[in-house]
Every structure is written in C-alpha cells, then in structure tokens.
Ligand binder design. Structure first.
Ligand code: HMG
Ligand code: MG
Length: 300
C-alpha cells in the first residue's frame, strides 16, 4: 500500500547549491528559500554550518539563516552541522533543527569529514546529545548507503550497523543517502527490509536519492511501498557533493511531485509555483534545469 501523504524534505538550497562553483549571492539564496516555501514546501534545508573552506558556497550561513528564519515562521529550516563548532553557530542563530552526516564507508568519511567512520561518529555524539538537550529535532544522514565511488557496492550489513549507531545516538530521523545515484529498486528493498529486521522501521527513515543513473523515482516508489513517507528532493534537480566524485543532482522535487500527484499522494506543493522557481534559479546559474518535469512544464 502507498501512503496518503508524503513530506518532502527540500534540499535544493543546501545539497543543490553546495557544489556550485560561482558564488550565488545571499539575496538570491534567500529568495530561493522564500519561493520554495511559497510553493508549499514545509521542510527546507537552508544551509550548512560547516568549515567555510570545505564548502565555500555556504560560507554565508550567518547572513542567510537569520533572514529566512525571520521571513518564514512555521517553516522547518534544518541545517547541517558536522561538529560542536557547527552546532554552536546554529544555536546562536536560533536554529530548531540540525542534521549530522555520517558515512557508511571509510573512503567517504575520510574525504568528506577528514575522519574515520568511528571518529566521525565520536564527533557527532556530543552534537546530538546537546542538540536534544536544547529541544532540537535531529536528523542523521548516512551517505554511501548503496554504492561508493572508491569502494564499489556497499554491503547492506555495513549500512545497517552505522544506522543503528546513529539511531542509538538519539537521531530522530535517519536519511539514507544514495550519494552517487547507483542504487536500484531491488537494493533499496533489501536495505529497507534489513533495517526493519534490525528494529529501524520505515517511519523513522527518509530516503535521499541522487539521480545520476535515472533511478531516483523508481527507488523512491520502492521506498514508499516499504512505508517510507519522508522523501528528500532538490528543486530543479540541482545538486551534487563536492567530496564525492561522480555525484550529480538530487532527485528533482518537480519530478517527485509529478509522480506523487499522479498517484493521488498529497504533498501540499504547487507544481506551477515550484517549476517557476526552478526556472528562475536556472537563469541565475546560467544553465537549464536537469529536471525533465521543469523542462516539460516551462518549455525551457
Ligand atoms: P578538519 O579540517 O578536520 O577540522 O575538518 P578540525 O576539526 O581539525 O578544525 C580545523 C579548524 O576548522 C579549526 O580552526 C576549527 O575551529 C575550524 P582553527 O582552530 O584551526 O582556527 N572548524 C570550523 N569552523 C567553522 N565551522 C565549523 C568548523 N569546524 C571546524 N563547523 C570538518 C573537519 C568536519 C570541519 C570538515 O571536514 C567539514 O566541514 N566538512 C564538511 C563537508 C561537507 O559539508 N560536505 C557536504 C555535505 S554532506 C553531503 O552532501 C551528503 C548528503 O547530501 C547525503 C548524501 O547525498 O549522501 C548529506
Ligand atoms: Mg546529497
């Protein structure tokens, strides 16, 4: 059975922009987030409080976050925090939701966090504890849940083991990342089944697909059939991770909404307002949106 409603966790302003070489003005980012909210998205990942040298595009988090926070009461605005320094920065600005981001593989933990998997988890533990003490909602991302550019296919048991540790740490929600987009529906089904058997049920999970091989919608539908109701997507299909070669854009929010509309699954999103936003953003970035739905509906 499919769910009646899906909550879209919009990552365009964070995952979508983090890899852009040319600096996007803070004002444009603020307008992007505001327009995404106007299009009906209620959870909008705004930025990251990471080291500015590691992700220069998001170095303006201190300027951006207060603007969107004040402009959008009632909208959930999670931010990424890798460590206590990041959490301090987020707390100072009144963030109510944060996300830590672990890796299922050693290669990506090293590339993305300069840590082993264990060291990264040790770095996150006090972040999660303190965030919970402050009453924040905490998401735990897990990257490389299916394939890794250095290590190849990632064993399901390896993913389950790290998921369990994030869950035990106190993360409210776990987002399963297919960072390089190599997952296919059978693999998604196998992982969700294994997680369920390990006591991590679909209600606590989100799925985060990148669309490198065109599998993101098929993978999403598979996850919905397993009871997952939170889906990460990026307006216009923007995205990629600077520390994972071969990572391309996320599942486009428009492609997701088109499928969910067809299935009669509610999202609260106005597709016209959303595609107009992505077409506007594509103009700023100077290239057409990779989303098939955006191109079909805007004639771009
Ligand atoms: P490091 O170099 O090991 O840092 O990087 P450190 O802990 O040794 O600290 C070095 C210096 O950085 C210190 O300054 C710290 O204060 C400072 P110093 O004392 O030398 O003057 N520093 C900071 N400054 C500001 N904000 C901070 C911060 N932390 C330390 N938060 C670190 C370790 C984790 C910081 C670094 O590796 C980092 O920032 N990584 C972030 C990488 C990133 O953002 N990647 C993209 C997001 S993940 C993703 O896209 C995947 C996802 O979409 C899911 C999927 O698709 O799979 C989520
Ligand atoms: Mg991602």
């Amino acid at each position: 059975a499919l769910p009646a409603r899906v909550r879209i966790h919009e990552v365009g302003a964070r995952d979508g922009l983090q890899n852009e070489q040319a600096q996007v003005p803070t004002e444009v980012k603020a307008e992007f987030v505001t327009r995404l909210a106007a299009a009906g998205l209620t959870t909008i990942e705004a930025t990251s409080f990471v080291h500015p040298k590691w992700v220069p595009q998001l170095a303006d988090a201190e300027e951006l976050f207060p603007r969107v926070r004040d402009a959008l009461p009632g909208i959930r605005l999670p931010v990424l925090v890798p460590n206590e320094r990041g959490l301090d920065r987020a707390l100072a600005l009144g963030a109510r939701e944060v996300a830590v981001f672990a890796s299922a593989t050693e290669s990506f933990a090293k590339a993305n966090l300069n840590r082993t998997v264990d060291e990264a988890l040790a770095m996150f533990a006090p972040v999660v504890t303190r965030a919970v003490e402050h009453g924040l909602t905490v998401r735990g991302y897990l990257s490389m849940c299916f394939g890794d550019p250095w290590e190849g296919a990632v064993p399901v048991e390896q993913v389950v083991a790290v998921c369990r540790r994030l869950a035990e740490m106190g993360c409210d929600e776990l987002s399963l990342g297919d960072t390089i987009g190599t997952a296919t529906p059978g693999h998604v089904s196998a992982l969700l089944t294994a997680l369920d058997e390990a006591g991590i049920g679909s209600r606590r999970l989100a799925v985060h697909f990148h669309d490198t091989y065109g599998q993101a919608l098929a993978n999403t539908l598979t996850a919905l059939r397993h009871g997952v109701t939170t889906v990460d997507a990026s307006a216009g299909g923007l995205g990629g991770c600077p520390y994972a070669k071969s990572a391309t854009g996320n599942l486009a929010t428009e492609d997701l909404v088109w499928m969910l509309n067809g299935l009669g699954i509610e999202t609260g999103v106005d597709l016209g307002l959303l595609t107009a936003t992505s077409a506007w953003m594509a103009g700023h970035l100077g290239r057409p949106s990779p989303s098939r739905t955006v191109r079909a509906l805007t004639g771009a």
